[in-house]
Design a protein around this ligand. Structure first.
Ligand SMILES: [Fe+2]
Ligand SMILES: [Fe+2]
Length: 280
């Protein structure tokens, strides 16, 4: 037990060190007065699989990747609402105790609040330059109320998974794609920099909660994880249908039903939750 405590204090202090080193500012470091390049893709082919849509023209592939990239950015805005609230709740255990853990978790929350602001800025910039009538449907507060009604064990499990795939998407697909908008790529580079410590802290907090449960409570929490993921899947299917409607509404040509079905299916598979978690 003594060793476990030492390791965790060290990890929290390492997270503080990294957080101080990589800290960035939305305007000074990320935007630097730049706008999104209208002729470049946003979300990479490694996530969208747009390269398999051989019936689309290059400009249509760019437009579809921009729509999916806009939704991808908005999705972080909505999950970060409940992530911040849950991590803030976790800090309560350290208010009058381990001040290093407290600082690390407070920085985590501060970073996620900044990320939400970043993603809202992206949406308002794209409202000015992309065609009208795009809609992002999920309400961050409503989703947060539903997620936070579940046990801490379940919510922390989902948060850890999100933090892990955020990093994986950047390293595996975004970082090395030469066709992407430089600004879009930079947004996820800076986001990734601050996300690297979040998964470490999730891996400290989740076992801490786990240690307080009896096995029946843990079994129930596993069921709650499945419920949260199924709810996300429904929300994201609705959003991907809306994205395809938006794409078709602004297309200059007609697509037959087979092609529309292909677009809808691939769009469902693209969204991170659908891609990451097996569906029942
Ligand atoms: Fe974030
Ligand atoms: Fe995060």
């Amino acid at each position: 037990m003594k060793n476990a405590k030492k390791t965790s204090v060290k990890s929290y202090s390492q997270c503080i060190e990294i957080s101080k080193r990589v800290r960035w500012d939305i305007d000074r470091d990320v935007f630097r007065g730049r706008s999104f390049e209208s002729d470049r893709k946003f979300l990479p082919d490694g996530i969208t699989f747009i390269d398999t849509f051989d019936f689309l023209e290059p400009r249509e592939k760019v437009f579809l990747s921009q729509i999916q990239g806009r939704t991808y950015a908005n999705m972080f805005g909505f999950v970060e609402r409940f992530i911040t609230a849950k991590i803030l709740e976790q800090t309560k255990d350290f208010w009058l105790g381990d001040q290093i853990a407290l600082e690390a978790l407070v920085r985590f929350c501060d970073e996620e609040i900044k990320h939400q602001l970043l993603f809202r800025r992206i949406e308002s910039m794209l409202q000015q330059t992309m065609p009208a009538n795009y809609k992002f449907h999920p309400d961050p507060n409503q989703v947060a109320v539903a997620v936070l009604s579940k046990s801490s064990w379940a919510v922390l499990a989902v948060i850890l998974e999100i933090e892990l795939f955020t990093q994986e998407h950047y390293k595996a697909s975004i970082e090395h794609d030469p066709e992407l908008s430089e600004l879009y790529k930079d947004i996820f580079l800076f986001h990734w920099k601050e996300e690297t410590t979040h998964a470490i802290m999730d891996e400290l907090e989740w076992p801490r909660v786990d240690a307080s449960l009896i096995s029946e409570e843990r079994d129930e929490a596993v069921g709650e994880v499945i419920e949260i993921i199924s709810d996300f899947d429904s929300i994201l299917k609705q959003q991907s249908n809306s994205d395809i409607d938006y794409f078709l509404a602004h297309s200059t040509r007609h697509f037959n039903q087979d092609k529309v079905n292909h677009l809808v299916k691939e769009s469902h598979d693209t969204l991170p939750v659908s891609k990451r978690f097996p569906q029942g």
